[in-house]
Ligand binder design. Structure first.
Ligand code: PDD
Length: 296
């Protein structure tokens, strides 16, 4: 267990050690998963794409009808203090807001109850060098989630079950399918490559609009890489030359086997492909530039 310095957590207006943070068992986050969250990656104590994360947080809060308790400037001040207080350079800042704790278990929104605001920072877990170089295995499973997967809510049981399926199979991720189409991974967005064209599903209500995924879309446009944003059929994904995952922790990570079969054909089968490698290099160059000079 990593030791966090005092101040590495924040709860309802107070900075405190994570071990001292306490919430009520009647908190609606606990009872109903009635809450929103974000995870912001931090490199060398710089929060990556913080404005985009705060925008998505607001999208979720608006969607679940929970008033945003803070302005962007206030959120940034809290996040910056947590980052400064932590013992490590590369961090994952977790933000959660729930609809607070009432004195009874009633599904209706409790009037006049303040939200619970909780943040903590932990070391950023990134893919290992081996995962980066050789890629990872994934499986598929039906997407059994609700119809507003564009909201980043704490109601993650279906994602948890999907992720555990992957762990049970010795794999890194479960890629989900709905009605014969690719949606996303249990905690990642998914890209396929066929005949040199990058394919990824549109950001509708069935997937989370990933911040990393948006960086990939921008990089593809900047480098004029062929890209189609459209529904991706299951067979297209299974026949893909390359597959990769994106997320704030996994960055750009090649999937080299899907349901036990190698991804791709010929000499590249079962290995990270050239488009994936190029995108990873573009991503790292972009991220390093942003960390040095601020966002373009
Ligand atoms: N999860 N899709 C789902 C379902 C996710 O949970 C995530 C991220 C993503 C990728 O989004 P981003 O690039 O903004 O990290 C896609 C985070 C890492 C989490 O749950 O902690």
């Amino acid at each position: 267990m990593v030791q966090l310095k005092t101040g590495a957590a924040y709860l309802n207006g107070r900075f405190l050690p994570l071990a001292e943070a306490r919430v009520s068992p009647l908190d609606r986050g606990f009872l109903y998963a009635d809450g929103a969250y974000e995870m912001i990656p931090v490199y060398s104590r710089h929060a990556f794409r913080v404005d985009e994360h705060l925008r998505r947080l607001r999208h979720t809060l608006d969607g679940i009808r929970l008033a945003d308790p803070h302005s962007d400037a206030e959120w940034k001040a809290i996040v910056e203090r947590l980052i400064a207080d932590a013992d490590f350079e590369d961090q994952a800042v977790y933000i959660q807001i729930t609809r607070g704790a009432d004195d009874q278990r009633d599904p209706c929104f409790p009037p006049g109850v303040p939200p619970t605001v909780f943040l903590f920072t932990s070391p950023l877990v990134r893919p290992t060098v081996a995962q980066r170089e050789t890629g990872v295995a994934a499986i598929t499973a039906p997407d059994i989630r609700w119809g507003r997967c564009d909201f980043k809510t704490t109601a993650l049981l279906a994602n948890v079950l999907a992720r555990q399926l992957a762990a049970d199979a010795g794999c890194a991720e479960t890629i989900m399918l709905r009605d014969g189409y690719l949606t996303e991974g249990s905690s990642t967005n998914v890209f396929a490559v066929r005949d040199g064209v990058i394919l990824t599903p549109p950001q509708d209500h069935l997937i989370l609009p990933g911040i990393t995924s948006n960086v990939v879309l921008e990089l593809a446009a900047a480098h004029r890489a062929p890209l189609e944003i459209r529904p991706v059929r299951e067979e297209e994904m299974r026949m893909a030359d390359e597959l990769w995952l994106t997320s704030s922790g996994k960055e750009i990570l090649a999937v080299v086997t899907l349901d036990g079969r190698p991804v791709g054909q010929g000499a590249n089968a079962g290995k990270p492909g050239p488009v994936t490698r190029r995108m990873h290099d573009w991503f790292c160059a972009y991220r390093d530039e942003v960390m040095r000079h601020g966002q373009r």
